[in-house]
Design a protein around this ligand. Structure first.
Ligand code: ATP
Ligand code: MN
Ligand code: MN
Length: 287
């Protein structure tokens, strides 16, 4: 595929161009695509690089070619919305060529939008939080998941925090999954209320780490594994083995390192669907 303006600088601090970005997505497609396939996407596009104008794009551009899969998904409150779905390397490359730096995915697929097959807790730390503490919170979340019969997977967000995800059997409704995620977040926060909070209002959080369950609501997204971030550093959202967490930073690895890493390493999240569990059963266990 011919990429226009491949020399345009997208990450000035790292001297990385649009061509480097497209090349990155080509290189990680084999590990990234399983996490995009079938899911409504929100694209975060920066056609002039991270210092130019950027926006979250929920719906397909009018000029997108017919080869790009578009699916209509029910909208809460009636009607439908069209979303781009990325099932293959050609689409990934095309979207990267359109200046998409970040790919955000739903926790359900277009075939069953109201039956999430993922649940995620997003750890949002205040400035100055030691990374060791953040790692310990991620492990604490894993313990709570396991007690509820869920298998926990962790990723560095490529930004400031970690995401702890559990695969689900896609048999429970969004509301059950959202309730489960809130019960879990509250239980984790109750272990250490001086340091952890689930308060929706920022003023109430103080200097505590926010355990964000809101990603589990209908039509909400989280950043897809291996997506770059549109921030200085050109970091990628990075799935981790639990034993890698001890040395991982929330910013994960930069574009070049991530590309090298995934050329020789298997995806730490490759077994996700083999561990799919029931949200309903987990909720019963906890309440
Ligand atoms: P960090 O570790 O720095 O918090 P993050 O990816 O977790 O990185 P958040 O700000 O916590 O970033 O947001 C969580 C997720 O919410 C994002 O990854 C994205 O999928 C979604 N999101 C946030 N803002 C928007 C928005 N304006 N439009 C669409 N989705 C959004
Ligand atoms: Mn976050
Ligand atoms: Mn958040």
């Amino acid at each position: 595929m011919e990429i226009s303006h491949a020399d345009k600088v997208f990450y000035p601090g790292e001297g990385l161009t649009k061509g480097d970005v497209v090349e990155y997505y080509r290189a990680v497609a084999h590990v990234m695509l399983p996490h995009l396939r079938g899911r409504p996407l929100t694209l975060r596009r920066f056609p002039d690089g991270i210092e130019g104008q950027g926006w979250f794009q929920k719906h397909p551009g009018e000029h997108f070619p017919d080869s790009i899969r578009v699916e209509s998904v029910p909208r809460r409150g009636g009607g439908t919305d069209d979303y781009v779905v990325c099932d293959d390397a050609e689409t990934l490359e095309y979207l990267a060529g359109q200046g998409t730096l970040e790919f955000h995915v739903w926790l359900s697929t277009v075939d069953a939008p109201e039956r999430p097959d993922r649940m995620v807790l997003d750890l949002d730390p205040p400035d100055g939080t030691p990374v060791a503490e953040l790692r310990a919170v991620a492990r604490r979340i894993r313990d709570h998941y396991e007690r509820a019969g869920l298998t926990a997977f962790v990723q560095a967000s490529g930004g400031r925090g970690f995401h702890v995800l559990a695969p689900l059997d896609a048999k429970s409704d969004t509301e059950v999954v959202l309730e489960l995620s809130r019960v879990l977040a509250d239980a984790v926060a109750a272990d250490d209320p001086d340091r952890l909070t689930t308060a929706q209002r920022k003023e109430k959080r103080g200097d505590r780490i926010f355990l964000d369950a809101n990603r589990n609501g209908y039509a909400q997204t989280f950043v897809a594994p291996y997506s770059l971030r549109a921030r200085p550093g050109a970091a990628a959202a990075t799935p981790l083995d639990w034993r890698e967490l001890g040395k991982a930073e929330p910013a994960g690895w930069g574009l070049a390192k991530e590309k090298q890493r995934m050329a020789r390493k298997e995806d730490p999240w490759r077994d996700l669907d083999q561990h799919a569990a029931s949200a309903e059963a987990a909720l019963k266990q906890l309440t």
